[in-house]
Design a protein around this ligand. Sequence first.
Ligand code: NI
Length: 178
Amino acid sequence: MPAVATHTIRVFGDPVLKRPTAEVTDIDGGLVKLVDAMYETMHEAPGVGLAAPQVGVQKRFFVYEIPDESGPHVLLNPQVVEATGEWEYEEGCLSLPGLAFDIVRPKLVTVKGLDLDGNEVMLQGDELLGRIFLHEIDHLDGVLMLDRLDGDQRKLAMRELREQGMGVRTPGGRSHAL
Ligand code: NI
């Protein structure tokens, strides 16, 4: 099997991470190839989710894979249909290397979008999968995890980013980068 080239993951400070994305309108060979490269990039990182802007592509899709479950998967033009409950999780981001913060977000998240065959899909994610959906959809809207931090966390994060250094605080055991 030929090796799939990986992409460089864009990190904090790259303007592409702050720009909103455009809907995917054509599912062609180029997109399929890009999705394969993003799967490989996500595995290599390693991470459990990767949104197109993180590899410099302003299109509305992301890839994800939960450890020990089937995958990887891709979701095109995702939208949140419903988000309920609350769940705290130590969240990391491949575009913010070395940072991880406890963030409360909804626990049970329903999203809809398209698969790579252009079929409409509706997916429900609980806990980690729900968190991946919300974190990656934020990326597609130009929103970073930093924007979800409370005041004190944000000050700490900005100080660590200024000092970078990278890796002032590494994610703990139950944390994954998204
Ligand atoms: Ni991220």
